[in-house]
Design a protein around this ligand. Structure first.
Ligand SMILES: [Zn+2]
Length: 202
């Protein structure tokens, strides 16, 4: 479920729709959290889908740490990519605002964190644009994402969290807030992918 202070707006014919803040969203806010209405597809379910459904899933879903495809039921599925994303994860099933997001600003995440199957060109326009998002971006940028999101994770208790009741991993998160040594890494998201790679090499 995406943060309640957001709405869907049309960006351009090239980009399509995007998710925009209707009020300021401070750093450390949970901007999106996996919820009970989001749909999960494992490899078997994916293979059973007809082509038209698979095409939509490829466009709108992401791949989680278990290697499952997740299709968000609400406008969270219209989050666009930016190489300087203002929302990131630290390895849990939610995204944090890693900067203060102003009213009217688009919420973005980095598709490199979402286990993309194929490279795709990026024209996000940021000075740090990578030009292309690669399936293995996490190997090069994972530590940077981790550091960025880690700092913001510890702001979770300091800002309003309208999605807190949606977050299924609350006990694990509380434990990490109390003891930074228990904080998960963003590399957790890529674990299933690495397991599949090493199985394929065997
Ligand atoms: Zn870019």
């Amino acid at each position: 479920m995406v943060h309640p202070d957001t709405e869907l707006r049309f960006v351009s014919p090239e980009i399509g729709w995007g998710v925009f803040a209707t009020r300021p969203i401070p750093r450390g806010t949970i901007a999106w959290a996996l919820d009970a209405l989001d749909q999960r597809f494992n490899a078997v379910e994916l293979a059973a889908l007809p082509p038209y459904a698979r095409a939509q899933l490829d466009k709108y879903s992401y791949v989680d740490s278990r290697g499952d495809h997740i299709l968000c039921w609400d406008h969270a599925r219209f989050f666009n990519h930016s190489c300087a994303a203002n929302c990131l994860s630290v390895g849990y099933d939610f995204e944090l605002a890693v900067r203060d997001i102003a009213a009217g600003e688009e919420l973005t995440d980095d598709y490199g964190t979402l286990n993309p199957a194929e490279p795709f060109p990026c024209c996000c326009g940021d000075a740090t644009c990578r030009g292309q998002v690669q399936p293995d971006d996490h190997a090069r940028i994972g530590d940077t994402w981790n550091q960025l999101a880690r700092d913001d994770f510890f702001l979770i208790r300091t800002v309003p969290q309208p999605l807190w009741d949606v977050v299924a991993e609350r006990p694990v998160i509380e434990a990490a807030l109390d003891d930074p040594n228990r904080l998960r890494s963003i590399h957790h998201h890529f674990a299933a992918l690495r397991r599949a790679d090493s199985a394929a090499r065997r």
